[in-house]
Design a protein around this ligand. Sequence first.
Ligand SMILES: NC(=O)c1ccc[n+]([C@@H]2O[C@H](COP(=O)([O-])OP(=O)(O)OC[C@H]3O[C@@H](n4cnc5c(N)ncnc54)[C@H](OP(=O)(O)O)[C@@H]3O)[C@@H](O)[C@H]2O)c1
Length: 389
Amino acid sequence: MQYRNFGKLGWKPSALGFGVMRLPVLDNLPARIDESQASSMLHYAIDQGVNYLDTAYPYHRGQSEVFLGEALKGGYREKVKLATKLPSWMIETSTDFDRYFFEQLEKLQTDHIDFYLLHALKREWWDNLFQLGVLEWAEKKIAEGKIGYLGFSFHDTYPVFKDIVDAYDGWSFCQIQYNYMDIKYQAGKRGLKYAAEKGLGVVIMEPLRGGLLAKNPPPPAVAKHYDGMDVKRTPTDWALQWLWNQPEVSVVLSGMSTMAHVQENVESANQSGIGALREADHEFIVKIQRAYKDITPIPCTNCRYCVPCPGGIDIPTVFRIFNDTVMFEDLKHGKSQYHFLSEEHRADNCVECGSCEEKCPQGIAVIEWLKEAHAMLEDTNPRAEENAI
Ligand SMILES: NC(=O)c1ccc[n+]([C@@H]2O[C@H](COP(=O)([O-])OP(=O)(O)OC[C@H]3O[C@@H](n4cnc5c(N)ncnc54)[C@H](OP(=O)(O)O)[C@@H]3O)[C@@H](O)[C@H]2O)c1
């Protein structure tokens, strides 16, 4: 295993971290983790040197933490750093901090959390937690030895990310969505560099864009570039190596759902290194990015000028899900993502006022695309996994 830096902390994380959000399940039910298979995968990863595990209160309908509590018995707990998260959106009063935290300790069968995150921060949830005194609460827990380090995971725009980083000197780390197709999405590359400059460890989530970048073979327009490449790697390996190549990246989480995933990703991590990619490799990745963009139906750049929408629709997110569905030819994944979007943010709330079209710098026919997206993505039968928080 390769080990990397983690911001200002002297501790070295494994290049690969285990995201405990997409474990194998029984009967396609997220809450019914296949404990035998999942334990084997987890133990294999730890035996191979993985030392960072990432879970959260809602993963597997609350059962991810329970599973880890059992699976880490027999000496495994001591071999890893455990990260879990405060469910930001469920916090109503300051007494909720302790309520969820102690429930998590009990489920995880541990007396401390090494890395504790405020989960999936966006402006609204951060403002609420801040006003309720989450930082003072966390500092007390750190002083008592119940929390090792405080961080946050993030799902909003770069300016919000910067505000949160700047709001508190005590952050030790953050967790952002980042992969070679999301360089300008949410915190993006700017956020990665900013956080790293400030001395934060940066944990990467959705390195394969939730599995879409792992598609093998990729769509034909993308696959043709693989044929001309002198170095042969799987799409997953390319995506992971692209991340590990960057010095600001501390640990890359992968939500592995089979033993084969674990084995392949451990092997990739073993061969990873900062600056290991050649100029030709970077050129190849650029070709892949362009090929994906060329088959993107809606030229939305996620500038978000179109929102707020009077009908409440999260237009950029609807377009992103639709684009992904077409680009990666994965209707099941698209429907699942659309299902998890709250009803008030879905495309069928369009009142055709046209204010979005007036504001869109790309001149996108928003109203028509919303209709098309909803027609394709509605009536879901979501797959048995958690959503992207
Ligand atoms: N804090 C937050 O808000 C937040 C949000 C999202 C994620 N996370 C954390 O970050 C972790 C990583 O994110 P993610 O799970 O979305 O990661 P990801 O690596 O982008 O996607 C995981 C999926 O990729 C596919 N995959 C992984 N390894 C593969 C391999 N070797 N070959 C083929 N396919 C492979 C699998 O898809 P299939 O199952 O379809 O085969 C797997 O379910 C999560 O597990 C979770 O712990 C946190």
